[in-house]
Design a protein around this ligand. Structure first.
Ligand SMILES: *Cc1c(COP(=O)(O)O)cnc(C)c1O
Length: 397
């Protein structure tokens, strides 16, 4: 490394040093927070009623709004997205093996493993970062009971092809829609695909309830099972009819959700503006490709991701480290892929052999900050940093 000539793009170059660091850190997934006066008024009502949990009026209203926005019959609000996955997996009766991407947040696989189901990792399409239907087909065995697909970055998974595979093989299809609230696929809102979909409303997601999530479905049976499982199997006072857990959403979480629903379209507008700014300012940097959204669809534009390939003169990891030194806390999602995390790495150390695109993309990808804490001039500064790191001192002069 010492012998390599330093180009203008290295963190010691004049061009790099001349770009000021941000005064306070820009995080990926900085929470979007709605009108605090609106939130306060919901919380005042809640205290007046002394109804803090157990399917209160705010949770009921929140569920109606979410079902409306997702274009589905049922919304079952839960304490977090992972609990939502746990319950949906049980409500669908999954067992044995379930096919999942490795290129996703670890909760997708944990939710299966946690209840004794084997997550079988299928590869992604390197262009879309979503499950590759051919790889899903190849992963099916006699023990397979379902497919748990993810709409990664809020870009729809290939819903029609996955449904076809599920139908052909008698498999259940469930979607981890943690990234995909307020998103559409071929004009249909995410929410009604497969047998059920699960949203996360965690603080770092585009739309939050502090912690929270929802199982959404058009299936009456799944909705009823999910409601029971969320509340210890209670079908009414003193009437427990099945086993269940505790995954109830609180009233204060629903208050946050109802508040944030009021500003959700403004947040989307901000994210869209930032996305367009990234498109403009990152254009023409060799080896750096912004992941794009299909603007004929509804998008939340929450994940700004770039891939850094070999044409770039600086590695992905060096770019992330350099950006971090300037208070741009970019992240390597979902590095290194779930199959390289425990316990999956020990269970199947060779899983990577069947996942070349997962390994490729996981090694190239950077998530950049967006949301209401980021404006166009910040995007321009971040893009300038990346340009200097990758192409050197051309910015000078
Ligand atoms: C955030 C996330 C989850 C987990 O949701 P929580 O609400 O944090 O439990 C699951 N899957 C994916 C893809 C996520 O990004």
């Amino acid at each position: 490394m010492e012998s390599e000539p330093r180009t203008g793009g290295t963190p010691s170059s004049d061009a790099w040093l001349s770009i000021p660091a941000f005064e306070s850190p820009l995080h990926v997934g900085q929470p979007n927070i709605g009108d605090r006066a609106v939130f306060d008024s919901y919380v005042d009502q809640m205290f007046e009623r002394r109804w803090l949990s157990n399917d209160g009026p705010l949770v009921k209203e929140f569920e109606e709004r979410i079902a409306e926005r997702a274009g589905v019959k049922h919304c079952v609000a839960v304490s977090n997205g992972t609990a939502g996955l746990d319950i949906a997996i049980r409500a669908l009766g999954l067992s044995g093996e379930v096919i999942v991407p490795s290129y996703t947040f670890v909760a997708t696989a944990h939710a299966l493993h946690w209840q004794g189901i084997t997550p079988v990792f299928a590869d992604i399409d390197p262009r879309t970062h979503n499950l590759d239907p051919e790889s899903v087909r190849a992963a099916i065995t006699p023990r397979t009971t379902g497919i748990l697909a993810v709409h990664l970055w809020g870009r729809p998974a290939p819903v029609a092809e996955l449904q076809r595979i599920a139908d052909e093989h008698g498999l259940q299809l469930l979607f981890d829609a943690a990234h995909a609230f307020a998103v559409s696929a071929s004009g249909t809102p995410i929410g009604g695909f497969g047998r059920a979909e699960v949203f996360s409303f965690h603080a770092t997601k585009f739309f939050n309830t502090f912690e929270g999530g929802a199982i959404v479905t058009d299936d009456d049976e799944v909705a009823e099972q999910a409601r029971l499982m969320r509340n210890f199997g209670f079908a009414g006072a003193d009437n427990v009819i099945s086993a269940g857990s505790n995954a109830k959403m609180t009233e204060v979480a629903a208050a946050m959700g109802l508040t944030n629903l009021q500003s959700i379209d403004a947040v989307i507008d901000t994210n869209r503006r930032n996305y367009h700014a990234y498109q403009r300012f990152l254009a023409g940097i060799p080896g750096v490709r912004l992941t794009t959204f299909d603007e004929a669809e509804s998008n939340n534009f929450q994940y700004i991701t770039i891939e850094v390939d070999d044409a770039a003169s600086t590695s992905r990891d060096d770019i992330v480290a350099a950006l971090t030194s300037k208070n741009v806390l970019a992240r390597k999602y979902f590095w290194p892929g779930i199959h390289r995390m425990e316990p999956y790495r020990t269970i199947d150390p060779d899983a990577g052999a069947a996942l070349p695109s997962t390994e490729l993309v996981a090694g190239r990808l950077i998530v950049l900050p967006t949301g209401s804490a980021v404006d166009e001039s910040a995007v321009q500064r971040i893009a300038d940093m990346i340009r200097v790191l990758v192409v050197g001192d051309e910015l000078e002069g």
